[in-house]
Design a protein around this ligand. Sequence first.
Ligand code: BG6
Length: 511
Amino acid sequence: MAAREIRIAPEIENVALPKSERVPDPAVIVIFGASGDLTKRKLLPALFHLGQQGLLPSNLAIVGVARRNLDFCANIKESIIQFAGGQKEAEALDAFAQKLTYHTMDFDDDDGYTQLKNILEKIDEECGTAGNRLFYLAVAPEYFAGIVRQLGGHGLARSEKGYARIIIEKPFGRDLVSAKQLNDHVNQVFNEDQIFRIDHYLGKETVQNILVFRFANGIFESVWNRNYIDNIQITAAETLGVEGRGSFYEKAGALRDVVQNHIMELLSLVAMEPPISLEADAVRSEKLKVWRAIKPIAIENTVRGQYALGNLDGHQLLGYREEDRVNPDSATETFAALNLEIENWRWAGVPIYLRAGKRLAKRVTEIAIQFKQPPMLFFDRIHMNQDSEIQPNLLIMRIQPNEGISLRFGAKVPGPFTNVCPVVMDFQYATAFGASSASGYERLLLDALMGDQTLFAHRDGVEASWALYTPVLEAWAQTRPRDFPNYPSGSWGPKAADSLIGRDGRKWNNP
Ligand code: BG6
């Protein structure tokens, strides 16, 4: 019998949000890959939101660079209308569109960069952007190195008058060797303090709230260790499939696409020691210590899966191998689960289970912290709900959707017997602070404009994470999965993932 849960409303009134005083200096943002999906769905809506909140300097210009010729301004308005939530008055859209310029060029075309340089100089003169340049590589990873080299070769990696910074999208490399090569290459042109390796998960409010939850509250830190915590589970489940990104995904797979970066960022925030401040170096070095303390992952502690056709919400869905631009015999995993251990004083012996997958039963990203049972339970089963054990305390950090935090504990059911029933205290962001249409890119773009690297990856962190996963990827590459596809769309992944956690006597916390 499923445990009965009683919802307790949070005791928070609507909270007035403080007005930010963070307005960056004038700048030009140069987006490589301006005709692509990321620019359309995330970057332009995020910049528009920032503008609406008064968080952009009035002297701001955006230059879209792409190989495809297109009516950028018309497209921008469309993208914002389609993808930016909240109010979108025509006037605001026009004002935003006026900040934009479009430059068509091939990314390996020398003349194109010479022209770009002239465009930027002209913008500096006309718009007072003070020589500050933020380059954003929203392109496929194979173009990263070439664009960086060209920017260096054309003197665009340094600005005489202001700053030059570069944001590089994930995936940053595809294994340890390629990540090191890319880091070396980028470091030859840009200094580390100019480089912003982006992971959009770090821009999410709920992800940043992990640090606030742990370190701005006195009561959790004392139980945040192996003495009280039984296990930690991190789930990044999507209902979407590869959505037309078949050719990209074929070379990536779930481990590279989500586990090595997004899930590892979540894990580091949950497991790190308190940093001495929120400065980039302080936070990044504590995260690095977590990654470096993870025991090499044994292949028996990993599971991979690939979705087959199935049903979700009454819709018949294709299997991965039937998707556009996917090899009909593909061995790429669309699901990965693993069990790892952090070998340090805080976490030794606490199993950490991670899983990520596409076409799963529900869209949910969450961290579940399960606490140990009390040392003795004197509530005799006879006096409890006949079919249920007393459930351990469970703290859930819901990253998305329905952002919030809940804590499950046992309460006495009113009546003449001592029946224990799990109840849930629930904090919901939307109830407490109002719904937000921010995607995470707002905060990260703002931080990059301000030169704050706290929420961006350092080369050491990227390499530490690849060092951990490269042996798994290599082992997987050596043995072709014989059971693919091995889970129906709309399920919770392959059976082997249940066995992975089940052999430790535990279960996934499927919401
Ligand atoms: C991206 C991955 O980094 O993150 C996608 O490439 C994935 O495959 C996406 O769908 C998930 O992001 P979010 O913010 O929707 O959880």
